[in-house]
Ligand binder design. Structure first.
Ligand code: NDP
Length: 296
């Protein structure tokens, strides 16, 4: 399956799409803000479509990478939507970190048109997308995954079938709930030690040689918080969405997750305080201002 359409050229979508610009793939891109699609098309010598329907028309595989399932629903529907161009037997791969129940509805709709759906959210960040080393969490049929595997391998290194449609989105939401807990709890820990007169550099040196270490302590905080660089790679608003999906999944299943519920409340407050464009690691700034210290 080499004719691919990629819709959604945001912070992570653009570097993912660029890996599909080489043979054997024949790539068409679409983005809501058309200039981004035109720029990527010019840079990589691929086609840019004017509408989602046009992008999907010739494609064997259509990939969406949008903020949430709400936007996926929007680009599927309407006269210019994907469904109006999608060929029978095509596969829609949704790399959005989305909602399992919405995905099951999309899958049923596509099945009625003899097309297939697979949720395939990713982890590894913008750096992993640029390097082509993302982890891809798939929800769908094993046979659909095998047909789509060469496309996923263009940007993914570890590809895991998590279960039926929606399972990839469930694993992604829970994984990002852990990310939220790690970022918030590490900011609290370093703020508390700072108030005791112990600097974050010494604290992280010890934590990273101890059992409390995490990607936040080993990479995110040394590179982004202590340096005060706070690059914007993954919006806090999107982390808020992800942990919200995780808490709803657990509530629907009757599973008590009080620690993650509290983290969701704190992340939501930070999102409201810092706005739509803040990076997820900037949540540490809210912890700092509440504690009256700066972790530097
Ligand atoms: P961005 O906010 O950087 O980009 C969002 C993209 O969606 C843009 O292309 C934007 O278009 C488009 N878009 C927004 N609203 C609409 C709409 N109503 N209709 C059509 N297109 C729309 O997000 P990311 O690229 O960071 O994230 C994309 C997905 O990947 C999210 O689900 C996120 O949770 C997930 N993810 C992100 C990671 C990261 O490190 N950034 C890591 C792992 C997963 P426009 O250019 O016009 O604004």
């Amino acid at each position: 399956m080499t004719r691919v359409a990629f819709l959604g050229l945001g912070a992570i979508g653009a570097p993912m799409a660029s890996h599909l610009s080489q043979p054997p793939f024949d790539l068409t891109v679409w983005n809501r803000t058309n200039a981004k699609a035109q720029n990527l098309a010019r840079e990589h010598g691929v086609a840019a479509a004017a509408t989602p329907a046009e992008a999907a028309r010739e494609a064997e595989v259509v990939i969406t990478c949008l903020p949430s399932s709400r936007e996926v629903g929007e680009v599927l529907a309407g006269p210019d939507g994907i469904l109006n161009g999608l060929a029978p037997n095509a596969i829609l791969i949704d790399c959005t970190s989305g909602d399992p129940s919405a995905s099951r509805e999309f899958a049923a709709n596509l099945a009625s048109r003899k097309a297939s759906f697979m949720d395939a959210p990713v982890s590894g960040g913008v750096a992993g997308a640029k390097a082509g080393t993302l982890t891809v969490m798939c929800g769908g049929d094993a046979a659909v995954l095998e047909r789509a595997r060469p496309v996923l391998e263009a940007f993914g290194k570890k590809i895991v079938l998590c279960g039926p449609v929606g399972s990839g989105h469930a694993v992604k939401a829970v994984s990002n709930a852990l990310l939220a807990v790690h970022v918030w709890s590490l900011a609290e820990a370093l703020a508390a030690l700072k108030r005791l007169g112990i600097g974050a550099d010494i604290a992280l040196d010890v934590i990273n040689g101890s059992a409390g270490r995490s990607n936040a302590s080993q990479n995110l905080f040394p590179e982004r918080v202590l340096t005060r660089a706070f690059p914007r790679t993954f919006r806090l608003a999107l982390l808020d969405k992800d942990i919200g999906i995780a808490t709803k999944l657990a509530a629907d299943a009757g599973t008590p997750i009080p620690l993650i519920d509290l983290a969701a409340k704190l992340i939501h407050e930070a999102h409201l305080e810092l706005g739509e464009e803040a990076d997820h690691v900037e949540a540490a700034k809210v912890v700092e201002s509440r504690a009256g210290v700066v972790i530097e």
